[in-house]
Design a protein around this ligand. Structure first.
Ligand SMILES: [Zn+2]
Ligand SMILES: [Zn+2]
Length: 173
């Protein structure tokens, strides 16, 4: 669903969506239900709301597929791409803009499906776990430790944990 910025009234626009959505990895397995509040601030458009659906993900520890109900907040400020291309990094006019994601629109319209798709993909990338207590797989022999045990020693550091550590350190910077 596409929204023309010019069609958003001064008092804002509430959009309720309930539709099927596909992502490249096919992770979305239920209709997406979303409630969005669109507000114009100059050339920027603030979109706040929520998004619910069900996704099928691969556990980052044991690599088994599992289903998860997704219920995430949507907080995005859209800037006109044309303006950004001319001026470089956009100035953040919006209040609390630091806590909001940044998006770009072009030719005066925002594709809400694209917005929801991005939010789902972003959330799905956050180290999905089938269960908080998932034991993962043995890095040496590949045994799924939720299903069985192996005789390998656990003293060496799991190289995947090392990668994660670096990832979080980078995110902090
Ligand atoms: Zn798992
Ligand atoms: Zn093992």
């Amino acid at each position: 669903m596409k929204i023309l910025i010019a069609d958003i009234p001064e008092e804002g626009l509430i959009v309720d969506l309930h539709e099927r959505l596909t992502t490249d990895d096919g992770s979305v397995i239920a209709p997406v239900v979303s409630h969005l509040d669109l507000q114009k601030m100059g050339t920027e458009v603030m979109i706040r709301g929520s998004l619910r659906t069900e996704v099928s993900l691969e556990c980052s520890r044991c690599l088994q597929p599992f289903r998860r109900n997704m219920d995430i907040p949507v907080n995005v400020v859209y800037h006109p791409l044309e303006e950004v291309a001319g001026e470089g990094i956009p100035v953040r006019h919006a209040l609390n803009a630091d806590e909001m994601d940044m998006g770009f629109y072009r030719e005066g319209e925002i594709d809400l499906q694209e917005l929801l798709r991005e939010q789902i993909v972003l959330d799905a990338q956050m180290k999905p776990l089938c269960d908080d207590k998932c034991k993962g797989i043995c890095p040496k022999c590949g045994t799924d430790l939720n299903k069985g045990t192996c005789t390998c020693s656990r003293e060496s550091v799991d190289p995947r944990l090392e990668v994660l550590k670096q990832y979080f350190q980078k995110r902090k910077e």
